[in-house]
Each structure stands twice: as C-alpha cells, then as structure tokens.
Design a protein around this ligand. Structure first.
Ligand code: COA
Length: 190
C-alpha cells in the first residue's frame, strides 16, 4: 500500500487557476538566490542569507532527492507560464496523518493572492485525497501577511509560544503563533 507521501508525490504537479505547484529542482536556484537577499522575505525566517550558488545548488539537489526516497519535499510554485515565484510544502507525518504547511514567495509577486491560492490547493489535496486529520503551521507575531493567509484559509489560532522567536536583525523576541485546521472544519467550510 502506498504511503500518504507517495500518493501526494504521484499527484504532482498540481494546477490551480493561475498556478502550477511542482517538485523543487536545481532550476530554481536563481529564484532562491534572489529571495535569499530580500529583506522583507527573510525578516521572519532568520534574516537575509548570504549563500553561494554552489551551496544553493547542493541544497536544492538534497531537497529534490527526497522525492526519490518517498518524502514529499519542498515544492515550487510557478505561474501558468512556468515562471517560478515561490516555495511551499506539506510535510506529511505518516504516523498520525497530520501535516505542516509552509510557504514563502518572491516579494515581487506577493499581495496578489498567490499564497492563498496555492495553499488552498494543498489543503484540498491534503484532506480530500490524502485523508489527513489536521494541517497546522506557525508564524511569528507581526508577520501580518502570513497571519492573514492563515485566517483566509480558515485556520484557528490555537496558542502562542511566548517570546520563542528571536529576530536577529531587530535583536528582539516575538511570540510564535500556532494555527491549525481539522478535517471536520474543512468539510464544514468547503
Ligand atoms: C507570507 C507570504 C507567503 C504571503 O504571500 P502572498 O502571496 O502575499 O499572500 P496572499 O496575497 O495570498 O495574502 C496576503 C494577505 O496579507 C495582506 N497584507 C499584506 N501586508 C499587509 C499589511 N501590512 N497589513 C494588512 N494586510 C496585509 C494582503 O493584502 C493579503 O490579504 P487580502 O488578500 O485580504 O488583501 C509572503 O508575504 C512571504 O513570502 N513572506 C515572507 C516569508 C514568510 O514570512 N513566510 C511565512 C513564514 S510562516
């Protein structure tokens, strides 16, 4: 019997009205290097990254190889013409049928609803095709667009981890906000 990760991998690429969600590849190195340098993209992700081309190729090769080992790894979100604009992922746990959702987009393409659109499709596949029990994610207090995305997707704020996130560039601590969506809640909303 196939695992949930394997079923998910077989369903790729996913398509929505404006987007294609596919396996990550070394072709995405230029996007990754561009996003590494974007202060607004990296503010809540540990700060701007100074990685070399070779380091990012090695990173992407490692992520891409995970698919061959049967793990749903990092995904690339592209416009319908193939232009890569961001990364997303559904980290599926076989033992309890829960999964963590994550996302980050090139700031040249934010504020256009692309994160909400791609996340909706991951959530639909997660509950309808993979029969997941729960999808969860976290963000840092103050990351308004990420909070808005969780709210638009119908997630519930389940709790906070007080001052657990250290923002290096501001030398300050912020709360982690934990969000979750249960399969029964998805059924009610869809
Ligand atoms: C978080 C992120 C993925 C959202 O992507 P996106 O494609 O812009 O998301 P969407 O367009 O679907 O939704 C963003 C919403 O936030 C809103 N928003 C953005 N900045 C805002 C602000 N300062 N005040 C109020 N609303 C704001 C947008 O208007 C939009 O809501 P709307 O559709 O109701 O107008 C993107 O901003 C990003 O990559 N950020 C950096 C990486 C990151 O923080 N990732 C999340 C880690 S948990």
């Amino acid at each position: 019997m196939k695992t949930k990760n394997e079923i998910f991998i077989d369903l790729l690429p996913l398509k929505t009205k404006r987007l294609i969600i596919r396996k990550v590849s070394t072709d995405d190195v230029d996007l990754m290097l561009k996003m590494d340098k974007q202060e607004n993209t990296q503010k809540y992700l540990g700060g701007v990254k100074r990685k070399t081309f070779e380091e990012r190729i090695a990173f992407l090769e490692k992520k891409a190889s995970k698919f061959n080992e049967g793990y749903a790894s990092q995904l690339t979100v592209c416009l319908s013409d193939g232009t890569p604009i961001g990364f997303t992922g559904l980290s599926i746990h076989e033992n309890d049928s829960n999964a963590e959702i994550s996302y980050l987009f090139d700031s040249d393409y934010t504020g256009k609803g692309y994160c909400t659109e791609s996340s909706k499709e991951l959530i639909r596949v997660g509950f309808e095709e993979l029969k997941l029990h729960k999808i969860y994610g976290d963000t840092i207090d103050g990351n308004i667009s990420s909070i808005k995305v969780f709210e638009k997707l119908g997630f519930t704020l389940e709790g906070t981890r007080r001052e657990s996130a250290y923002l290096k560039e501001e030398d300050t601590y912020k709360d982690f906000l934990d969000y979750g969506l249960l399969d029964k809640e998805f059924k009610i909303k869809s």
